[in-house]
Write a protein that binds this ligand. Sequence first.
Ligand code: ATP
Length: 234
Amino acid sequence: MLKLTGVETYYGNIQALKGIDIEVTQGEVVTMLGANGAGKTTTMKTIAGVLKPKAGRIEFMGEDITGMRPDQLVQRGISLVPEGRAILSKMTVLENLEMGAFQRRDHEVKQDIEKVMDRFPILRERVSQLGGTLSGGQQQMLAIARALMSRPKLLLLDEPSMGLAPLIIADIFRIIREINEEGTTVLLVEQNVRQALKVAHKGYVLETGRLVASGSSEDLLNDPKVKEAYLGVG
Ligand code: ATP
């Protein structure tokens, strides 16, 4: 479904990605692991078109999408929930959801708003409240719900559990599993390595802009280097 080949991305003269090869198969949850600054967010932004790669190729559903704009990619079915959520704090919950569908031309937006509010009942309760007045966990749910409003085929989730309490994190992971079981493919960046590998089918490990390991989640959970570096066991 998604294939990155030799992707290199720069910030000015600083090379953040040094040739990334990633493959995501339709129906999977794939996770990207790595320390701060490894290049996970840069990879997500490059896939979503927020950053343009200087070299390499990105294919989605058989089409070369390298260098396309974010709005073109949303139209093709790629939706990013950025790190830090970036919900519209001065807009209501409902307006945030409507913004998520702004490129759609079909007449099922209202139906989909009902559907996402069924999935996130807290958003129905707070539908007229301003985004900025929600708790961190509620904002994350709104950010995911807003992304779903574009009917993505591939959902990119950048650290959805960041800064949230353990019970809310469990909720977020349950929701990721449900969204995937209903047919959406997910690429997930997480610091919460153990839970990420539990929900994912396979994973990639990044270090300073390069892939250093990849494999099924089970293999990565049993990989001594992954255990030592990311799971806190030697
Ligand atoms: P984190 O978990 O901290 O988000 P990450 O793995 O997502 O880490 P990136 O944010 O992709 O890492 O950063 C990769 C590299 O690019 C780092 O060395 C970082 O310092 C650098 N970088 C990120 N954003 C910028 C920027 N706007 N300008 C210059 N360098 C940047």
